[in-house]
Each structure stands twice: as C-alpha cells, then as structure tokens.
Design a protein around this ligand. Structure first.
Ligand SMILES: *Cc1c(COP(=O)(O)O)cnc(C)c1O
Length: 220
C-alpha cells in the first residue's frame, strides 16, 4: 500500500525539481491527480493532504463519486482526461471544470451546444493524436487547424493541447512536438506527462501533468 500523503509530497517535490532545472516556476505546472478506478476512501487522504485538482476518465464514474466528495470538501477542481462521447457532452459540461479530450468536429459542436444551454463555459484542451496511432483518441495533426477554427467560431474556450504519446517508446519527441504545435497556434496550455514521464514533460513545457499510479498505486 502506498502512503498517499507521502506520495503527494514526493510527486510535488519532483515537479518542483523538474521545473527548477527548466528555469520555470513550479506554480506554472498544475498537478492533476488522476483518481479513475479509485474509491472515495482512497481519494480522501489526498484531499486531506492538500490536493484539490483531480482527473477522471469516465463521466459516469465521476458522476457517481465526486458530487458527494464536493459537498464535504471545498475548492475541488475536476478534469475530464478520457474520451468523451457526444451524447455525454452535457453531463460533462455540468460536472467538470476542464475537458482534455476535445478531438473531433462532432464533439466540438456538442460541447458548444451544451455550454450555450447551461451557460457554463468549461475550458478545453484539444487532444492531438501525436503519434499518428490507429484507434487512438485525438485529432490528427493535419486536422488540428480546422478543429481549432471550428472551436473558435463556436466560442469554445480552448486553452491548450493535450496528448498521450505511444506506449513503450521515448515520449520526449512527442512532448516536444505538442509544445511546438501549441506555440504555432498561440495556445498556452500543454497537458502532457503521466506517472512515468511527467518530469520530462515539464522540462518540455507541460502546464498540466496527469498523474495516477504514482499517487494512488496501481490500478486493478
Ligand atoms: C490514467 C490516465 C493518466 C494517469 O496515468 P498514470 O500512468 O497512472 O499516471 C493520465 N492521462 C490519461 C488520459 C489517463 O487515462
């Protein structure tokens, strides 16, 4: 069993160290504690240790866990880091404070509609299929300009780009590429880096790192 408070302290220290090497401020990096598959009892100790920003990859799972936790704990910020079906866009807009998986025109349209209807403008990252992998979520690099144009026209608040690099190979080139694409499009946010590579991501410009197992231990 992992000690959540100690794990959080360790991850925060590693974030601070990587930021320092890169001559960045640690405050420029938001740690998203990815709590998918973990129950409230496992999440509580991290909240008690001061963590407020959490990530989930499924709308239904988040809807089952987080409203109750939010009733007892102030200041929770919830990010959706997993793929989103257009028919869940309205639920996602109601529940989440940030969406990292905007990756196609139909979803942009559904999110715009949901935001107009609810009056809640939820910041979004456009997820890029950075390794051009078949069957992986994310917009193809070639389709990114058109998707960003559509989002702008629909008044969707796009704050950056997000990626999940291919598994099993060095992630750094993919982080560097996402950083370049974000710069080319004038976007400040870079959601990249997970438990195995968040320090690399920070050195290459990550503003949001999504860390699960390093904080919670392995998932079933
Ligand atoms: C699960 C998940 C993470 C966290 O992964 P770890 O390797 O456990 O840190 C980050 N991003 C996304 C999109 C995920 O689905």
């Amino acid at each position: 069993m992992i000690d959540p408070a100690a794990a959080l302290q360790d991850v925060n220290a590693r974030i601070a160290h990587a930021a320092k090497i890169a001559q960045r401020k640690a405050e420029e990096v938001t740690l998203i504690a990815v709590s998918k598959t973990h129950e409230a009892a496992a999440i509580e100790p991290l909240i008690a240790a001061g963590q407020r920003v959490f990530g989930e990859n499924r709308v239904q799972e988040a809807a089952a866990k987080w409203p109750a936790l939010r009733e007892v704990h102030a200041g929770i910020e919830l990010h959706l880091v997993g793929q989103l079906q257009s028919n869940k866009a309205e639920d996602a807009v109601a529940l989440f404070d940030c969406i990292h998986s905007l990756d196609r025109p139909s979803l942009a349209a559904a999110l715009a509609k949901a935001m107009d209807k609810t009056g809640r403008r939820v910041p979004c990252f456009v997820q890029v299929n950075i390794g051009a992998e078949e069957q992986k979520g994310g917009c193809a690099i070639a389709e990114l300009p058109a998707l960003l144009d559509q989002a702008r026209t629909a008044d969707l608040p796009v704050i950056g780009l997000m990626c999940v690099p291919p598994a099993g190979i060095e992630a750094a080139p993919f982080f560097a590429l996402l950083d370049k694409l974000a710069r080319d499009h004038g976007l400040a946010g870079r959601s990249m880096g997970m438990s195995d590579d968040f320090e690399t991501a920070i050195m290459l410009g990550a503003t949001h790192v999504r860390v699960g197992s390093a904080l919670f231990g392995g998932r079933a």
